[in-house]
Write a protein that binds this ligand. Structure first.
Ligand code: ZN
Length: 329
C-alpha cells in the first residue's frame, strides 16, 4: 500500500481515435501499476467531474458555453488538435475533477497523483495542443476559493512550455496608466501601457525545449528555455537551479508538478535527450525539494509520445515509484 493516493478513472480515456496522443495511456498506466505491484486497488480514488462553477474559475463563460453546446469554430477545433465531441468534453471535466481531488489529498498526505491531467496548453478562452480545460489551474483556483491554500507553485517539466499556465497566472500585466502631467501653460496628460508585477498568488516554473511548440511562449515566473539535445546532467542542473531560485523567492502552500514524459530522448514530439533513468532523477529532485520544505505536491502526467508507448508508461509509473521511495521513508 502506498503512503498516498492515486486518482484514476477508466473514463480518463480521451475519445480522439488514431492520434499521436496515446489516449489509452491512462489505462495502461493503471494496469502497469497493479501488475507490477507498485500499488494496490485501495490506493486508488475515483474522481467526480468538476462542477461548471469550478471550470469557470479559470475559463470564460463564452468558451465554456461553446464547449457545452458544440459551438467551436473550425479554427478553434484545429488549434485544439483533437476532434471535438461531447464525450471529449466529459473527459476533460472529469480530468479537472481528478486534479481537484488529488490536490485536496496532497494537502492531507503530502503528495497525491492525478493519473491523468496536466493539460497545460489550455487558455481561459480557448484550447490548444491537445488541451481543452486547464485541470491544474482549476484545482488551484478551487482550493484557493475553499480557503485551503493561498499560494501555489507550478513546476512544469513537460518538454513543451506551459503557455496556458503562464497566460492564466501571468504575474506581469499590462495596465494603462496616466503619465504625470507636464507643468506650465499647456498641460498634457497622456496614457502609457506599463507592464508591472501583479501581486501574484501563483508562481509558475517551466523547463522546456526552446525550439518546440508553442512558438509564442508567454512569460512564466521562471522559464528555462533548453537547447535541443539537452542531456540528463544538464537538465538536472537547470532543474535544481530553477527549484532553488523559485523556492527562495516564493513559499507555496501547494506545488503542482506537471510531470510530462516527453523530455525523453525517444519521444516523437520532443527534442531533448533525457533517459528513463534521468527522468526518474528529475522526479526525485522535485519531490525532495518539496519534502524538505514541507510543501505538499499534486502530480499530473501531461504529455508523453515515445515511439514505444511502453516507455511512456514506464516513465509515468517511475514518477509514482519515485514518490513511493521518497515519501515512504
Ligand atoms: Zn508536451
Amino acid at each position: 500500500m502506498l503512503p498516498f493516493k492515486l486518482v484514476y478513472s477508466d473514463a480518463y480515456y480521451l475519445p480522439i481515435g488514431q492520434h499521436v496522443f496515446p489516449a489509452q495511456k491512462y489505462r495502461l498506466i493503471y494496469q502497469r501499476i497493479i501488475s507490477s505491484g507498485l500499488a494496490v486497488q485501495t490506493d486508488f480514488l475515483e474522481p467526480k467531474p468538476a462542477a461548471d462553477k469550478d471550470i469557470l474559475l479559470v475559463h470564460t463563460s463564452e468558451y465554456v458555453y461553446r464547449l457545452q453546446y458544440g459551438m467551436l469554430s473550425a479554427a478553434e477545433e484545429l488549434a485544439m488538435e483533437i476532434p471535438y465531441s461531447e464525450e471529449l468534453v466529459d473527459a476533460f471535466w472529469l480530468a479537472a475533477g481528478g486534479s481537484i481531488l488529488a490536490a485536496n489529498k496532497a494537502l492531507e498526505d503530502r503528495v497525491a497523483f492525478n493519473v491523468g491531467g496536466g493539460f497545460h496548453h489550455a487558455f481561459p478562452n480557448h484550447g490548444e495542443g491537445f488541451c481543452m480545460i486547464h485541470d491544474v489551474a482549476v484545482a488551484i483556483r478551487r482550493l484557493q476559493k475553499d480557503g485551503k491554500i493561498k499560494k501555489a507553485m507550478t513546476v512544469d517539466c513537460d518538454v513543451h512550455q506551459g503557455n496556458g499556465t503562464a497566460a492564466i497566472f501571468g504575474n506581469r500585466q499590462t495596465v494603462e496608466r496616466n503619465l504625470p502631467s507636464w507643468g506650465g501653460l499647456d498641460p498634457y496628460v497622456g496614457k502609457a501601457a506599463v507592464a508591472e508585477a501583479d501581486p501574484t498568488d501563483v508562481f509558475t516554473i517551466s523547463l522546456h525545449q526552446a525550439n518546440n511548440y508553442p512558438v509564442v511562449k508567454p512569460p512564466s515566473s521562471i522559464d528555462i528555455n533548453l537547447p535541443d539535445h539537452t542531456t540528463d546532467e544538464q537538465y538536472l542542473s537547470w532543474l535544481d537551479n530553477a527549484l532553488s531560485s523559485g523556492l527562495r523567492q516564493f513559499t507555496p502552500d501547494l506545488l503542482c508538478y506537471v510531470a510530462g514524459a516527453d523530455p525523453y530522448k525517444d519521444d516523437q514530439l520532443g527534442g531533448l535527450d533525457l533517459t528513463i533513468e534521468g527522468l526518474k532523477q528529475r522526479d526525485e529532485m522535485v519531490f525532495r525539494a518539496a519534502r524538505a520544505q514541507g510543501i505538499p505536491v499534486m502530480v499530473t502526467f501531461a504529455g508523453g509520445y515515445a515511439n514505444n508507448v511502453e516507455d511512456t508508461i514506464t516513465i509515468h509509473c517511475n514518477t509514482i515509484a519515485a514518490a513511493k521511495e521518497i515519501y515512504g521513508r
